[in-house]
Design a protein around this ligand. Structure first.
Ligand SMILES: NC(=O)c1ccc[n+]([C@@H]2O[C@H](COP(=O)([O-])OP(=O)(O)OC[C@H]3O[C@@H](n4cnc5c(N)ncnc54)[C@H](O)[C@@H]3O)[C@@H](O)[C@H]2O)c1
Ligand SMILES: [Fe+2]
Length: 374
């Protein structure tokens, strides 16, 4: 574990607008920078309400972002952007739209291929402005430097990380999340929680981030059930927007660990939504890691309002998820038993995350988690 002597670099969007009604900042920012050709990158739901951004100029919309976007989806967005030559790229949607917007912003002014920028800090620069507007409370992608795209051939999530993909302005208006359906609210809320918990218990955990991690977990504990029960609960939605943002603060400098590594094959191989995959795996990695990071896991459980004892950690984290209506059985989500071995191989190979897990997680231990979750 690290301490305050350990160096850390923290990057945040230049401007952050947070709170109900801040969507009006989108037009103000675009006008201030003199944007004439804004390009909005969005999923079909949000593409249908782009007018609410009131952007100036000849606005173009790529409205075909798919959940868990893959390379062909990215290629289509980049092709449109190279044609449209935007001066401002706006990510308007959940993590899927915001991740593609980051990549579009750095790829649209050059012939650089996606494969050449996979990994940390391979991007040479960015010459168009970038605005991020989340409409789910989960990924915190608006605050970060990372974008994830699935390669349909290798069935792996490819991660690009670059300081040039950080937004010039992030606008977090909780009112935009009021329409998120129950199941998506529950799953994306546990994704935000997983970002906080995994960063807090990571080998790379750092005191400058711990505060956000623990407060993010507390906000999810306080508000997620409320937002699932009543999607119109504005206070709960605002609390979750904050939790998601704090989760995003955790991702940049610290990042996730085993929970996300073990969850990834569920999305890439079986098209289970990212938040749902993280939720299914959450109790398994939390309980596995608890002996290696006892005090911190106890603090997380307390923040969630759950008992802090090791013996009941799995059961209470599991019940926390089922009480939100989340389907926790892999078999019910379409994952066949005969794929578990390959999934364990793939998860175990995600060293960029597993190497920071507080406890060594073997391929067989991952397989056992999948079997237990089946
Ligand atoms: N960059 C990062 O740091 C980071 C972190 C975590 C996850 N991710 C990535 O983000 C993606 C998942 O993002 P997500 O969980 O936000 O889901 P998403 O963006 O895929 O959206 C999920 C669904 O919700 C709909 N939706 C979005 N906003 C809505 C609203 N306000 N009302 C009604 N429907 C709405 C979308 O149309 C979509 O069908 C994955 O690809 C994941 O890998 C990125
Ligand atoms: Fe996540």
């Amino acid at each position: 574990m690290t301490n305050a002597f350990t160096p850390i670099e923290i990057l945040r969007p230049t401007v952050l607008e947070f709170g109900c009604g801040t969507i009006s900042a989108a037009a103000r920012f675009a006008e201030r920078i003199g944007a004439k050709r804004p390009l909005v990158i969005s999923d079909p739901f949000n593409a249908a309400r782009v007018d609410m951004l009131a952007l100036p100029g000849a606005v173009k919309v790529f409205g075909e972002v798919k959940p868990e976007p893959d390379l062909p989806n990215l290629d289509k967005a980049v092709a449109m952007a190279r044609e449209a030559k935007p001066d401002l790229v706006v990510g308007f949607g959940g993590g899927s739209a915001m991740d593609l917007a980051k990549l579009v912003a750095v790829l649209c002014t050059s012939d650089v291929a996606f494969a050449d920028i996979v990994g940390p800090e391979k991007v040479a620069g960015r010459s168009v402005a970038l605005m991020q507007i989340p409409t789910t409370s989960g990924t915190g992608s608006e605050a970060g430097t990372r974008a994830l795209v699935t390669d349909p051939v290798s069935q792996n999530k490819q991660a690009v990380q670059s300081r040039f993909m950080l937004a010039d302005i992030a606008i977090v208006d909780p009112d935009l999340t009021m329409t998120v359906p129950k199941e998506v609210t529950a799953a994306t809320g546990v994704d935000a929680l997983a970002h906080c918990v995994e960063a807090y218990t990571s080998r790379k955990a750092h005191p400058t981030i711990d505060l956000y991690a623990l407060e993010g977990a507390r906000l999810v504990g306080k508000y997620l059930k409320r937002a699932v029960v009543d999607g119109g609960d504005r206070e709960a939605r605002a609390g979750l927007s904050l939790a998601s943002l704090y989760g995003g603060y955790c991702l940049g400098p610290v990042n996730t660990t085993a929970g996300h590594a073990v969850a990834y094959p569920l999305g890439t191989r079986h098209h289970i939504a990212h938040g749902l995959a993280c939720a299914v795996i959450f109790p398994h990695t939390l309980a596995f890691n608890m002996p290696a990071t006892l005090a911190k896991t106890a603090a997380v459980l307390q923040a969630l309002g759950l008992p802090e004892r090791k013996t009941v950690a799995f059961d209470s984290a599991y019940r926390f998820c089922t009480s939100l209506g989340i389907e926790m059985r892999l078999s019910a989500l379409g994952v066949p038993r005969d794929d578990l071995g390959v999934m364990a191989d793939e998860a175990h190979a995600i060293r960029r995350l597993l190497d920071n897990n507080p406890a060594e997680l073997s391929r067989d231990a991952i397989l056992k988690m999948y079997e237990a979750a089946l």
